[in-house]
Design a protein around this ligand. Sequence first.
Ligand code: SAM
Length: 334
Amino acid sequence: MTETDAATSVRYRRFAEIEARGYSPTYDEWCIGISGDPELLALLDTLPPPRRQPNLFLGAARFVGAPLGGYASFRSFVLDRWPGIRDVMASRSTQTNEAGRCAVLLPSLAAISASEGRPLALIEVGASAGVCLYPDRYAYSYSPGPVLEPAGGSPVPPLACSASGDVPWPSRLPEVVSRSGVDLNPLDAANDDDTRWLEALVWPEHGFRAERLRAALGVVRAEPPLLVRGDLNEHVLPLIDRAPSDAVVVVFHSAVLAYLDPAGRERFRTTMLRLAEDRARPLHWLSHEGQGTLAGVAGAMEKAPGERDGRFVLQHNGRTVARTGPHGQSIEWL
Ligand SMILES: C[S@@+](CC[C@H](N)C(=O)[O-])C[C@H]1O[C@@H](n2cnc3c(N)ncnc32)[C@H](O)[C@@H]1O
């Protein structure tokens, strides 16, 4: 095994043990298999290191049609269909779009709208297909906590979220008057290839997430947001300028900053703190990111000793307010 093979092997073993174990037995088994398979590791190592990412490979293989089953059938599918899988890995990136994250954003969004006495103009940076721009269209079931739903119900199954701490529960969903976002590669909820790609990124055993994704994409299709293509640092100010002046702007992001280099993260953070402090127009910044992502960025939280995960940090105007499940499945108010 060459040195790069060894690095890829370690990467897949870690992914199996730290990320997939307990959440996806299929991906756990496949990644353990890959980590000890010189032939597959050699194929992966024909790609540049960032494109050897487990989630990208697993999603690409399923996008091309890999059957769910044991490692032997996965392996023979990959050997048979490698050129097609490789093309997907070279042209697509991981853009998982998770409506469930609205459950951990909602208490802050509702509190912002209530305290400013205005409806919301939402701007999501790193929006993917934009399913997180519709927090007012989803139903929520917090436990313990309230059940909330839009007047007339929601076509999306309720977003279940376990709660702890003193969460500032909203009494109703906030009003949203505009939805816009930016992404390096905005996905189109009306495009079959894009929606199939998003489904391939949902882990095999998470059928409820696939169902939720399909329904949420229907919400996006019914009333598409303004999504611009490009880098968030270049586009956030023009998007703020376009927002209706009688609304309170909330710029938010979820699972995005990991894709930026430290300079890009720091530039964005400085911009957002400056805007949030400027009282000329009401603007708030909600950041929902992995704890590791924030390391090195001032205001980051340390991982608790022995913490394995996994968990995300929710910050409001740079101040940490909660720890959350990465897909919005839990919120611990601090
Ligand atoms: C993991 S997805 C998360 C999507 C969505 N925020 C959610 O929580 O469901 C990360 C998204 O960030 C986008 N992205 C990464 N770097 C970016 C950048 N510099 N500017 C704009 N978008 C970026 C990716 O294209 C991708 O769609």
